[in-house]
Design a protein around this ligand. Structure first.
Ligand code: AHR
Length: 535
């Protein structure tokens, strides 16, 4: 039998921004996802709001239930990209909608992506700029999420980025703040601003081959933007382990990029951004994603959160070694997800195994919150998405449910857990190396008043349920308030427009005495909520 022990001392406070999301003008994320373009979508019920009247109600409600948690700090939503941000001109997206220009999606309509087509559309549909700065910021206000804007470094200028800061945050007596005040009288007060996206990559508009070149130009942007609002916090573009480990598509100095960059931009940087997509298999460019739906692949996927720990540690080491351990600079993990097949960049649908992977990554993010207080799952709608939309309704994927369960039921105090259970050895799959992984993976959190504890447990065993005792330090008989399970007989079960509730969370009735022998079903996520009766 396995043993789970939850320790009662708070290790650190978890920053709500680790539960962040990301939307981009790519595939069906904004185009017919967040924003209704086509007539068949427009006939669905829309928000009754003159600025957001192309946002469908069903989607909006699902977004709010995902991001907003009563009584707790907001999480973040990043926009407009991604690769798209490095050619986006923000002034195209303000003013009367019918006068805004239609533009080509330069990044996603060109290069290798021009060959990608699916029944769901194309990666780079032309965009009409109707979802612009005010629409994004009002969407954030209404959903209860804090905005994070990535400016255009690739084809933009420092002046253009500074004007954007003034438009968003400036008082009504400044040139651009006055323009904004015609739509939104108060400054929005956007705090987080990213300067460039994956700029070390050959595929990126404005690609920099050397970190020093990026640092030099980054400083011009940073200084111009801070001049308009000194209170903003800046995110610089860093390299994660995959880039450091090499490849022809990356910067000449990818390995030392972070350290050189951080030293050169010290004083003008608050966060170092890194991205990780898994498994990045060679099959990603093949004709189907079925290869990933095999148990060998699932075992590797479920072991991979350990690699995300390595990613975060590696970026943190770069920060500490270049700026010292007392630095206030932190990691911003602003893109992470599973990406099995390139076509998922238009529209994806995730299975139960992917959902429990999301929960396991969130356990890592809760643990690493002190060094990486911002993280954004890429992306929120359709594109590698938690939510999938269609002409009739929305599909909440198992990844959506797992994310929502962790967001809604976790508390701010992080508690240490200890697990005694069997482990398994997984093989290599894509970028994932062979790993030894305990079958049970836990995360525990406590409320601010110390009265409530949530324990979330992922059982990574694909065939067997695991029985475990559960002990909470200092509590002789913890009272179970609620138990919620995300499970299904089929590890690869999906939700579809035909069966939207195939994999959904269910409440389990249990008695306290069952804590001596609690059974976690195979390939499942279980949330156990306790009233903490410290003795
Ligand atoms: O999330 C999809 C794309 O993946 C983003 O635009 C880019 O930053 C990354 O390569």
């Amino acid at each position: 039998m396995a043993k789970i022990k939850v320790y009662s001392e708070i290790q650190h406070e978890i920053d709500s921004k680790i539960y962040g999301h990301f939307i981009e003008e790519l595939g069906e994320c904004i185009h017919d996802g967040i924003w209704a373009y086509s007539d068949k979508i427009k006939r669905l019920p829309m928000l009754d709001d003159e600025h957001l009247d192309h946002v469908r109600k069903d989607l909006f409600e699902a977004v709010r239930a995902l991001v907003h948690k009563d009584g707790e700090d907001k999480t973040v939503l990043r926009w407009p990209g991604g690769c798209f941000s490095d050619h986006y001109h923000w002034q195209d997206g303000i003013g009367p909608r019918n006068q805004r220009p239609v533009r080509e999606n330069v990044h996603w309509k060109s290069g290798i992506f021009r060959f990608i087509k699916s029944a769901d559309g194309v990666p780079g549909p032309d965009y009409n700029n109707h979802f612009g700065t005010n629409e994004f910021l009002m969407f954030c206000e209404k959903a209860g999420v804090e905005p994070y804007i990535n400016i255009n470094y690739g084809s933009g200028t420092p002046e253009e980025a500074a004007d954007w800061v003034e438009y968003v945050n400036g008082s009504a007596d400044t040139k651009w703040g006055g323009e904004r005040a015609k739509v939104h009288p108060e400054p929005y007060g956007v705090k987080y601003w990213g300067i460039a996206n994956e700029i070390w990559a050959r595929w990126e508009k404005g690609h920099e081959r050397w970190s020093s070149d990026y640092a030099r130009r980054y400083l011009r942007f940073a200084k111009a933007m801070k001049e308009r609002d000194p209170s903003i916090q800046l995110v610089a573009c860093g390299t994660s382990k995959a880039e450091k480990e090499g490849g022809t598509l990356f910067a000449e100095d990818a390995k030392t990029w972070n350290r050189t960059l951080l030293k050169e931009i010290e004083g003008y940087v608050d966060f170092l951004s890194i991205h990780t997509y898994i498994p990045r298999s060679r099959f990603m460019w093949g004709s189907s994603e079925k290869y990933a739906r095999k148990e060998k692949a699932a075992r590797a996927i479920l072991a991979s959160p350990a690699m995300l720990k390595d990613e975060l540690n590696s970026a943190w080491q770069d920060i500490v070694e270049s700026l010292g351990k007392d630095t206030s600079v932190r990691v911003c993990f602003d893109e992470w997800n599973l990406w099995y097949h390139v076509k998922q960049v238009i529209k994806a649908n995730y299975a139960l195994v992917d959902g429990i992977w999301v929960a396991s990554v969130l356990h890592v993010l809760q643990e690493f919150s002190p060094v990486a207080p911002i993280a954004n799952l890429a992306q929120m709608v359709n594109v590698l998405g938690l939510i999938r939309t269609d002409d009739h309704g929305i599909v909440k994927t198992p990844s959506y449910y797992a994310f929502q369960l962790l967001r809604q039921h976790s508390h701010p105090g992080y508690l240490k857990t200890e697990v005694e259970c069997e482990s398994y050895e997984s093989g290599k799959f894509g970028y994932i190396k062979p790993l030894k992984t305990p079958f049970l993976d836990c995360g525990a959190t406590v409320s601010k008043d110390g009265k409530n504890i949530t324990l979330s447990v992922v059982n990574k065993h694909l065939e067997k349920s695991i029985t475990s005792s559960i002990e909470i330090e200092g509590s002789s008989q913890p009272v179970v308030e609620e138990v919620i399970e995300l499970s299904h007989n089929d590890l690869f079960a999906f939700n579809t427009p035909e069966n939207r509730n195939n994999v959904i969370p269910t409440h389990i009735a249990i008695e306290n005495k069952q804590l001596d022998k609690f059974e976690f079903p195979p390939h499942s996520l279980t949330i156990l909520k306790f009233i903490y009766d410290q003795r």
